[in-house]
Design a protein around this ligand. Structure first.
Ligand code: HEC
Ligand code: HEC
Length: 389
């Protein structure tokens, strides 16, 4: 008897709670047909006290002051990247289409390879390969640099042979060891898919025949311009937060500046954008050069032999393996190679560890990219081919 009574009273109690909750919910949310006056006016949203403000706060911290003479934080609003585009007016339509084409494998000959295959936005904007692997499993000659923050580069590629991102994007689409397509093939694929034709019309209103190879590159450039990585701990430090770096990282930053890494890796993207012989002071191990003469291949100027663009060092912990030849996997080893080859000095192990600790503070917030849904192929869409020309 007692047990049953207990059970019943527990049930009644539970029902009472649930009922109570329900009635609370009802009173909290104004009914749809409640008169306007009963609805409380929404309170103005106050910025959270911790919200980051895009400004350099006044500071007495000497290390921050010195760092500010060499570096600049990446703007918090990634659309600031648009301001760097030349001869290309960004619009939301171009951005959306450019994002789709960045992830679109059907514009490669095998229809397996997209920009994202080698510049994977899930980890650092590159491919984690010594040198890139493209069409028909062929290996290209150079390591893939990251696309992250690449809108800041004054020229693209290890040898600077492309002036901007839209010029650059036409390279891999056509390279036989990368996507192995032709401009005509790319246009044929896209025109075979009506949804793409509509998207091109929307992105290039007023153009009679907007599905062109140039416009493909143009939209990809708009998308890439937003692939910035703001708000790294290093940027927080530059903005004036002395506590954003720990003591080891601060020592690393100091060593990086005092030893002259800043002469080639400084500014907003931790690169001077210049070309320097790999081995300015001491020739590195021959295997690291991999017989690649770099910028000499385009300029044929004597001083350009084995000269390469100083790469960005932002997010560098993600972009192993290092150098154009991709033969160094350990960041500490890359720093050691740099100090001897570019500066002619030998850093202690402790200094190398500190510099590595500092470099890891440049990892920023990765672009939040919603994976696009691509339109279905039609019967007219060319089929994948794997032959190697
Ligand atoms: C098969 C791998 C592969 C594919 C696919 C590929 N890339 Fe690359 N990308 C590379 C390699 C390797 C380099 C460096 C080549 C060089 O410097 O000679 C590079 C360089 C770049 C650079 C220059 C970055 C810098 O710092 O100089 C950008 C930007 C870029 N690619 C964007 C793209 C876009 C956009 C696509 C798609 C249209 C694409 N890539 C497709 C491998 C690839
Ligand atoms: C005179 C210019 C110069 C100086 C000084 C210099 N670097 Fe470099 N750095 C380069 C060039 C050029 C490359 C690309 C070399 C290559 O791959 O052929 C490079 C590549 C790197 C890489 C590999 C990045 C990648 O993504 O592959 C790291 C890491 C690096 N440097 C760190 C440093 C550090 C740390 C210092 C100071 C100890 C330093 N560099 C000093 C010009 C310089």
């Amino acid at each position: 008897m007692k047990k049953v009574y207990l059970l019943i009273s527990v049930m009644i109690f539970a029902a009472a709670i649930t009922g109570c909750k329900k009635s609370e919910n009802i009173s909290a949310a104004p009914a749809a047909n409640a008169p306007q006056t009963a609805v409380e006016a929404p309170k103005a949203v106050e910025p959270a006290p911790s919200a980051v403000v895009d400004e350099l706060k006044p500071t007495q911290d000497e290390l921050i002051i010195e760092a500010r003479t060499n570096f600049e934080p990446i703007p918090l609003n990634v659309e600031e990247g648009y301001k760097l585009l030349k001869n290309n007016t960004p619009t939301p339509e171009k951005f959306e289409l450019g994002k789709m084409l960045y992830f679109e494998p059907r514009i490669s000959k095998s229809q397996l390879i997209s920009c994202n295959t080698c510049h994977n936005l899930s980890f650092g904007g590159d491919d984690y390969q010594q040198t890139s692997i493209g069409h028909g499993w062929q290996r290209g000659p150079r390591n893939a640099p990251t696309v992250l923050n690449s809108v800041y580069n004054t020229a693209q590629f290890w040898d600077g042979r492309a002036g901007d991102l839209k010029d650059q994007a036409k390279g891999p689409l056509q390279a036989s060891v990368e996507m192995a397509a032709t401009p005509a093939y790319v246009v044929e694929v896209l025109k075979s898919i009506p949804a793409y034709v509509e998207l091109f019309k929307a992105a290039f209103p007023g153009e009679a025949d907007p599905v062109t190879f140039d416009n493909v590159a143009n939209t990809i450039e708009v998308f890439e311009a937003t692939l910035l990585t703001p708000n790294s701990r290093f940027d927080q430090f530059l903005r004036g937060d002395s506590n954003a770096l720990n003591e080891t990282e601060k020592k690393g930053l100091k060593a990086y500046m005092d030893n002259g890494c800043v002469s080639c890796h400084s500014g907003i993207n931790l690169t001077s954008d210049g070309y320097y012989p790999f081995g300015l002071k001491e020739t590195p191990e021959a295997r690291l050069l991999a017989g690649d003469k770099g910028r000499f291949g385009i300029s044929e100027a004597e001083g350009d032999e084995f000269a390469f663009k100083a790469p960005t060092l932002r997010n560098v912990e993600y972009t192993a393996p290092y150098f154009h030849s991709g033969l160094v996997w350990d960041l500490g080893e890359a720093v050691a190679v740099m100090s001897s080859s570019q500066l002619g000095i030998e850093l202690s192990n402790e200094e190398i560890e500190q510099i590595v600790a500092f470099l890891k503070t440049t990892t920023g917030e990765m672009p939040k990219v919603e994976y696009p849904v691509l339109p279905a192929s039609t019967i007219n869409t060319p089929k994948p081919t794997f032959t190697i020309d």
